[in-house]
Design a protein around this ligand. Structure first.
Ligand SMILES: C[S@@+](CC[C@H](N)C(=O)[O-])C[C@H]1O[C@@H](n2cnc3c(N)ncnc32)[C@H](O)[C@@H]1O
Length: 470
């Protein structure tokens, strides 16, 4: 590789390529890989462009391969590094509207930097991708009955089966013909502040009150991400809808939280409970012991861990997971049981661009809903009479949300439960702004579903509140 080549190829494209290769090799998520090397490019605009390319290629990778492989005689013979170098200019031409001649010449240089011998192939293939843009998006190559859906999927850069499921779920909620806003667009973020924590001036200056007490809209995520306040546990950053759902579970009495994970919601729940002076016993369960430990450490650091117990184990077998709590084999019952269920994450694809092409259709259509129902039924056995069972996902798909709730209500365990609107949950009684915000996103049955349709919208989250009636 000569010096002339190094000066020709833009540093952003080179950086995006190396981060994508690292991610492909299992070294982490591409966003984290780029964050870890932030500041090493001389120009902040190059850093931003590298991030746009890396996230965009990740989010659309299957569509890019489809566009490229039409023009490659033996796609399986293309090495991983060359393929990644081809995806970057293809992404630019198809999704960023970079002029073809710029994308092609940069793409050829990028490919040459990985395998000099592949530069000719890159030149030919990328020119054809450029010329074939309109036909690709019109899905001229597929049959008439699949054309419209394939065209929509390609425009969004997602698999056809996922586009089909998203379309159906959006249409049934009255958003027919609309698409989720995710590809290449940063999601807004919200900071939940630990009560009494004092943040640095820089951080405080970029926070605006949100509809939820103690949660703030973040004007400059980079400032917060780089601050020691975050590292010291004075606040957590997540999505406003996720924080509202966590807040909705805070009631007097004991709480069992299943799927607590790394504890973003546990933190929000603990902050809200502290603000309301509630000190009930809280048990946080997750299948992953490592996540339970991360959760515990952060809460301890923030001074929020009092009364919270961690129980690594399977939420599908709570008798085993909670055996150390149950007395004489008698099931311990809780005033509130909150299930933050494992799900497709389709409501959070802006934050997690890996999701669309990592999901497997059979998991989403069948495996996940079965697991979600099983977890919900098991969770329901731990609710005190008169208590609340709250089910949440960060999915926008009916199959993981409304359909799971309906299957539960029709099952033997679910018959004793009745749906109640989320906005009527205790914590929102005196919070008129939060209540109004939730009401806008509730259906006739009081099921909460947020859907990111525009860049300013927070993520897609679902929440059902069920009361045990006996
Ligand atoms: C939506 S994520 C949780 C996010 C977390 N509540 C937060 O706010 O950071 C779902 C969690 O369910 C956990 N999980 C998956 N299967 C489980 C099971 N059978 N029992 C308990 N937890 C499970 C996963 O490890 C994951 O942490």
């Amino acid at each position: 590789m000569g010096d002339a080549l190094v000066t020709k190829l833009s540093p952003a494209r080179r950086r995006a390529h190396s981060a994508l290769i690292e991610a492909q090799d299992g070294c982490g998520f591409v966003r984290d890989i780029l964050a870890a090397s932030a500041g090493t490019l001389s120009d902040a605009r190059d850093e931003a462009f590298a991030l746009t390319l890396a996230l965009g290629v990740t989010a659309t990778v299957g569509a890019l391969d489809e566009a490229l492989d039409r023009y490659i005689a033996k796609p399986s013979k293309v090495s991983a590094r060359v393929r990644m170098a081809l995806r970057i200019p293809a992404f630019e031409m198809l999704y960023l509207d970079t002029p073809g001649h710029v994308a092609v010449s940069q793409g050829v240089e990028l490919v040459r930097s990985q395998a000099r011998s592949a530069a000719g192939l890159a030149n030919a293939v990328l020119h054809r991708v450029d010329e074939g843009r309109a036909a690709f998006f019109a899905a001229a190559d597929v049959s008439d009955d699949e054309r419209e859906l394939t065209a929509r999927a390609r425009r969004q850069g997602i698999p056809v089966w996922l586009a089909c499921m998203l379309d159906a779920s959006l249409a049934r909620r009255g958003f027919g013909g609309k698409s989720l806003c995710f590809n290449g667009i940063a999601a807004p973020t919200c900071a939940c502040m630990c009560p009494d924590a004092v943040c640095s001036g820089d951080v405080s200056d970029c926070l605006e009150p949100s509809v939820l007490e103690g949660s703030y809209l973040v004007g400059s995520p980079a400032v917060v991400a780089a601050s020691s306040d975050l590292a010291q546990g004075k606040l957590v950053i997540s999505d406003l809808n996720a924080q509202l759902i966590a807040a909705s579970t805070v009631r007097p009495g004991s709480c069992l939280e299943i799927g607590a994970g790394r504890g973003t919601k546990t933190y929000v729940m603990a902050c809200c409970a502290n603000r309301c002076g509630l000190r009930g016993h809280h048990v946080a369960v997750d299948l992953s012991a490592a996540k339970c430990e991360i959760n515990r450490l952060r809460l301890e650091q923030a001074g929020l861990s009092k009364g919270i117990e961690f129980a690594p184990g399977d939420g599908c077998n709570l008798d085993a997971t909670l055996a150390h709590i149950d007395v004489a084999g008698e099931r311990t019952l809780f005033d509130t049981v909150f299930l933050d269920a494992p799900c497709s994450g389709t409501g959070t694809m802006r934050r997690h661009p890996e999701i669309p092409w990592r999901l497997v259709s059979s998991d989403v259509e069948d495996g996940l809903p079965k697991l979600q129902l099983q977890l919900l039924q098991e969770a329901s056995r731990r609710v005190k009479p008169g208590g609340e069972l709250i089910y949440a996902t960060c999915s926008v798909l009916e199959v993981e949300n409304e359909q799971v709730i309906d299957a539960f209500l029709q099952s033997e365990q679910g018959r004793a439960f009745k749906l109640a609107p989320l906005h009527e949950a205790d914590p929102f009684k005196d919070e008129t702004e939060a209540m109004a915000y939730i009401c806008e996103r509730e259906d006739m049955r009081g099921l909460f579903q947020s859907i990111p349709l525009s860049p300013a919208d927070f993520d897609g989250h679902f929440c059902a509140r069920l009361i045990y009636q006996i």
